[in-house]
Design a protein around this ligand. Structure first.
Ligand code: URA
Length: 229
């Protein structure tokens, strides 16, 4: 890959700003000053230094965020805070996508990745990746197992859908874990509403085999390296 493209992909500046930096001898590859913006590098192997800072790069990156309530799972929003505002360098330099959004008031495990294939594997329901939620409801719910039954609910976009093999683990009359494979708009809330109850607290605790690291405080994140979905 061209050096200037590599650096502009990582938001070090526009191609012309990077070309200027290269002319000013601010860019090193494997400790050698590079004079040409078209210099070819292998980002997986070569060490690039930009203005004294070692450039952090990975082809595939996966971040676990403990999402706090009050943040939108969206790239940009004029008024509201988004989860991307919680991510700092070097990860903020990557083009990260959210692998399964959470509502503004939902907390817990949010995965962010720059890897399209990984994203697809996490969010496509047919890939059989369960997403597990801790759910607290407003009214006593003696038998949340009914959520595993055979019923259809109206999706926010006016069509019916049938939850795919949900799994319930009851904790007490107000709290349970719910695992589902899909992530339709407000799905957990709608499933609970279907049984005339209301979610008052929702937290995602697991996606596939990736479990939220409870030592992360709300708003904290970490890169995960050795994982299986
Ligand atoms: N289901 C919901 O209703 N909300 C979420 O944030 C995630 C799943």
């Amino acid at each position: 890959m061209r050096l200037d493209r590599f650096l502009s992909n990582l938001k070090y500046g526009t191609r012309s700003e990077i070309q200027k930096a290269i002319k000013r001898q601010l860019v090193l590859v494997n400790k050698t000053i590079i004079k040409s913006a078209s210099f070819k590098i292998d980002p997986n192997i070569d060490e690039v230094v930009f203005n004294g800072e070692k450039v952090y790069y990975k082809e595939s990156i996966l971040i676990m965020l403990n999402k706090p309530s009050g943040y939108l799972s969206a790239n940009k929003d004029g008024k509201e805070k988004t989860v991307f505002e919680l991510i700092r360098e070097p990860y903020s330099r990557f083009r990260l996508s959210i692998a399964g959004r959470l509502d503004k008031d939902t907390e817990g495990l949010l995965l962010l990745t720059n890897d399209g294939k990984l994203l697809h594997n996490i969010i496509t329901p047919s890939k059989d990746v369960y997403k597990k939620y801790f759910v607290r409801v407003e009214k006593e719910f003696n038998n949340p197992k009914v959520l595993e039954g055979d019923y259809e609910i109206l999706d926010g976009r006016d069509y019916l859908f049938k939850p795919l093999s949900p799994i319930i683990e009851k904790l007490n009359d107000y709290e349970f874990y719910l695992s589902i494979k899909e992530g339709k708009f407000h799905q957990v809330k709608r499933m609970v509403e279907h049984f005339n109850n209301k979610v008052i607290y929702l937290k995602r605790v697991q996606i596939g085999q990736i479990v939220l690291d409870e030592s992360l405080k709300l708003g904290e994140y970490k890169e995960i390296i050795d994982y299986k979905i």
